[in-house]
Ligand binder design. Structure first.
Ligand code: HEC
Length: 218
């Protein structure tokens, strides 16, 4: 039952993917998923050559302890209060895991806040300032001006839709075609982009995607 409920949950609550990985984007702050945050936080307390304590030694001791438990504690008593050492160790470990997770989350939010609200929008990750449009006479550019500019701005600067300057740094042509055909929610925007961005033919989608894919910024 748990598995079925879990599958249904995942199917009906799809997790949005982040932007396509971009090695040139130095403002990106990577963090692990929440269930690894405590390990990630642990690493921060072991700088430089001591990192091996955070990566190997402490996790190995904890895992070995769990493995060896049947040999370490051979008493018959099973009630938690009759096994004070085991119970205290577990309570403390869980407490520290929750605490480290909390601290990691707080630190991540502080770092995000330092980057300012711009950090979440696409074009800004590509380097901030409005660069020139690439290839403004491309047929894709004309389709864009007719069908997309009302929401994304004539110079890709963004309006009710997100800024698309530098979108080529984040999506390639195939990904753009896929996105335009089936727009997915972007944080901070209302999901008003119509399928195919309002275009009629796959051919037009391809042309506009090809043009957008060229919009790279340094
Ligand atoms: C009615 C307004 C509207 C029109 C028309 C529109 N868009 Fe959008 N677009 C949006 C909104 C709003 C979003 C943010 C996603 C969402 O919440 O739906 C978006 C998102 C996008 C994204 C993803 C941006 C990102 O950062 O991930 C791309 C690419 C895009 N649009 C391309 C296009 C193209 C190409 C066209 C024209 C063929 C178009 N859009 C037409 C409103 C529009």
């Amino acid at each position: 039952m748990f598995l079925v409920a879990f599958i249904l949950w995942v199917v009906f609550n799809p997790v949005g993917l982040e932007k396509v990985a971009n090695p040139e984007d130095t403002s990106y702050l990577p963090v692990p998923d929440w269930y690894f945050l405590f390990l990630y936080q642990l690493l921060k307390y072991f700088p430089g050559k001591y990192v091996v304590f955070g990566t190997v030694v402490i996790p190995a001791i904890a895992t070995l302890g769990l493995f060896l438990l049947p040999w370490l504690d051979r008493r018959k008593a099973r009630h938690p209060f009759k096994r004070p050492i085991a119970t205290a160790t577990m309570v403390l470990s869980v407490f520290f895991m929750i605490w480290l997770t909390y601290v990691a989350e707080e630190e991540h939010l502080t770092e995000l806040a330092k980057q300012g609200p711009q950090a979440a929008t696409p074009g800004s990750q590509a380097g901030g300032n409005a660069g020139p449009l690439v290839d403004p006479n491309d047929p894709g550019a004309q389709i864009f001006a007719q069908s997309c500019a009302s929401c994304h701005g004539a110079n890709l600067e963004g309006q009710v839709g997100p800024k698309l300057l530098g979108i080529g740094n984040q999506m390639n042509e195939a990904q753009l075609v896929e996105y335009i055909n089936n727009p997915k929610p972007v944080a901070g925007y209302q999901s008003i982009m119509p399928p195919k961005g309002g275009l009629q033919s796959d051919d037009q989608v391809k042309q506009v995607a090809a043009w957008l894919a060229k919009q790279k910024q340094k």
